[in-house]
Design a protein around this ligand. Sequence first.
Ligand code: FAD
Length: 278
Amino acid sequence: MATVPFSFEVYPPRSSDAAPALFEAIDKLSSLGPRFISVTFGAGGSDTKNSIEVLDYILKKDVRALAHLTCAGTTRSSIEKLISEFEAAGVSDFLALRGDLPAGQEQLPEEALSTAADLVSILKKRSGSIGEIAVAAFPNGHPESGIERSDIDALLAKQAAGADYAITQLFFYANDYFDFVSLARARGVNIPILPGIMPITSAKRLERVLELTGERNPIELSDALSTAQNNSERIEIGIDWAAKLVSELISGGAPGVHLYAFNEHERVTEVLRRAELV
Ligand code: FAD
């Protein structure tokens, strides 16, 4: 069996009722031998305590835990304090993100950090035991990046500040990833770029992620999901699409795959099984 690294993303439970199912999913995902499991931060109203609880659970499974950290609108001293809290919980690997300002807050407060590269520099300069630093990348461009692809300038700035590798936003076609990697390499990015893949198993979820990410609608997938007869057919379509994408990425030379797990294990496990990675 191929030893291609794979990893997962989960988010902190939105209520205490949802916690047992998440921990069970982490048990199952951990048993597959992922390179790491990452935990989102700030999105969907989660707080630091929630994130740390999930990260702690992952570490106790002997799996590397990657803590997402956002910095937009935060001062240097408060982010330093936050990093210390994560470190005290045994977390040493971070995904350094800018994050988005809360709706209605167009201006950053004075002294606030404004880019993910600022956060990478802060992590890099700490005297503690910081492990790997990941950053975000956008195969089809960040919604703010325009035709000059300023997201690639941002990626270069994050690399220069000391990022070890990048994880991509979700995308739907292998060529989106390969074309992006070629463009990024041509502009001087040399860190590994790990593709992020989300199995999408309903038209409603597809609509929601397109809204959140600004990605283009993958017409074939959206047509198939909206004309499917029932739920099991939709699940089959979503898993199959993601598994084919994973296979194409790996055979084209991607350094591994990062799967957005949506806090459940069955679909992503099936994706990896069909792509013959587990
Ligand atoms: P930055 O890298 O700082 O860049 C943002 C944009 O600013 C760039 O695309 C570019 O247009 C411009 N820019 C920045 N620096 C430069 C420069 N030097 N030169 C020119 N232009 C520049 N959000 C959350 O709130 N919580 C999460 O847990 C979370 N997890 C994520 C995980 C992944 C894998 C990804 C891909 C995204 C995630 N996000 C999360 C979303 C992310 O916070 C947003 O996409 C945010 O808008 C941008 O963050 P960034 O780290 O890419 O920002």
